[in-house]
Design a protein around this ligand. Structure first.
Ligand SMILES: [Zn+2]
Ligand SMILES: [Zn+2]
Length: 362
């Protein structure tokens, strides 16, 4: 089969690789129909060597497809089923999985990212390939509901694997709900997903801070009630108070999470509110400083973090079936697998009009 392979920093190639095989009775093989390039994949593109990625690693943790083959112990999916895969593998049975904290599953691993951090579940190859081996398939794969089974709905489904789940995780971590005021910092795929999720939750004001006109107009289409382009904390404080009830946002989802965005988050959040951090700059050694004085004197909760793999998928599928959620506009760009290195380049250069690239396999 063909797959996207990491050969070194800024050296990705689509080439012939070995077909995956069932290695354990709980494995499934999925024929990939659509895969996405993630902002976090760009960290591998730029610094995979420092993360310990060996040449030959196959990348990609966002994919959907059709089950091709299952091991003897797989119960919940069968060959021919259309499925979403969670971005990472989890067992569904350990203490963390049963508490909904799949990010800490004792057998957790992440497709296409195993060399960096998540090795205790066993290395799993990425899904930017024609086929993927999915370990612990009963807990890691999710059957696509009949109402979303048409191939034309793949772009609705694919964002649920990671970015939509991640944006939702920020909202849930921040205790967002109907009638609350939400600020989303960042107009990338995760920020736009948080905007869209806030609308599905019935939030009141949904204010998106970003710096790209095309993305902010996407944000308006996905549910933002206001967009802001300033980086100045005083201006953010004033504009957010004007757009809310004068007190600021109940929840700030910071999809960037660097020192500057955190200043904006503190300016936007109301006393007693929550800042949910979803950004990954710390992966690149840039740890944001936190305003602990503001945290203490105004009782700000700082939360967020890695998504519990797959935990939100059923709920998000229900919302999609009900017509309350359709993040497909976030997949701005469709390419064939062979053009995946171009897709990485377009996303890394923030090419005009490109938010997120989807790879189509047929
Ligand atoms: Zn991702
Ligand atoms: Zn588990």
């Amino acid at each position: 089969m063909r797959g996207l392979v990491f050969h070194g920093n800024r050296d990705l190639r689509v080439e012939q690789v070995a077909d995956p095989a069932i290695l354990a009775p709980t494995d499934a093989i999925v024929r990939v129909t659509m895969a996405a390039i993630c902002g976090s994949d760009l960290h591998v593109l730029n610094a995979g060597e420092a993360f310990g990625f060996p040449a030959g690693s196959r990348l990609g943790h966002e994919f959907i497809g059709v089950v091709e083959e299952v091991g003897a112990d797989v119960r919940t999916v069968a060959p021919g089923d259309a499925v979403l895969s969670a971005a990472g593998v989890s067992c569904g049975q350990c203490v963390y999985c049963t508490e909904g904290k799949r990010y800490a599953c004792t057998r957790m691993s992440m497709f296409g990212w195993a060399p960096r951090l998540w090795q205790h579940g066993g290395a799993v190859e990425g899904g930017q390939s024609q086929f993927a081996r999915v370990p612990l398939a009963d807990a890691t794969l999710y059957a696509v509901p009949e109402a979303l089974a048409e191939p034309s709905r793949r772009a609705t489904l694919l964002p649920l694997v990671d970015v939509m789940s991640t944006g939702w995780h920020g909202l849930v971590s921040g205790d967002a709900g109907p009638g609350c005021d939400v600020v989303v910092i960042g107009d990338g795929a995760v920020g736009l997903s948080a905007v869209h999720g806030a609308r599905a939750m019935g939030a009141n004001a949904i204010i998106c801070l970003g710096h790209h006109e095309d993305r902010l107009s996407l944000a308006l289409g996905l549910g933002a009630t206001h967009t802001l382009t300033t980086r100045d904390p005083d201006e953010i404080r004033q504009l957010v108070r004007e757009a809310t009830d004068g007190h600021g946002a109940h929840v700030v989802v910071d999809s960037v999470s660097n020192t500057s965005s955190m200043e904006g988050a503190h300016a936007a959040v109301r006393a007693g509110g929550t800042i949910a951090c979803l950004g990954m700059d710390h992966f690149m050694g840039q740890t944001p400083s936190v305003n602990w004085f503001d945290q203490f004197t105004r009782n700000i909760t700082i939360t967020g973090g890695l998504i519990p793999m797959g935990h939100y998928v059923h709920g998000l599928l229900d919302l999609a079936v009900a017509g309350k959620l359709d993040p497909s506009p976030i997949l701005t760009t469709r390419l064939a697998l062979d053009d995946a290195p171009d897709g990485y380049r377009m996303m890394a250069e923030r090419a005009d009009g490109v938010v997120k690239v989807a790879l189509e396999f047929e």
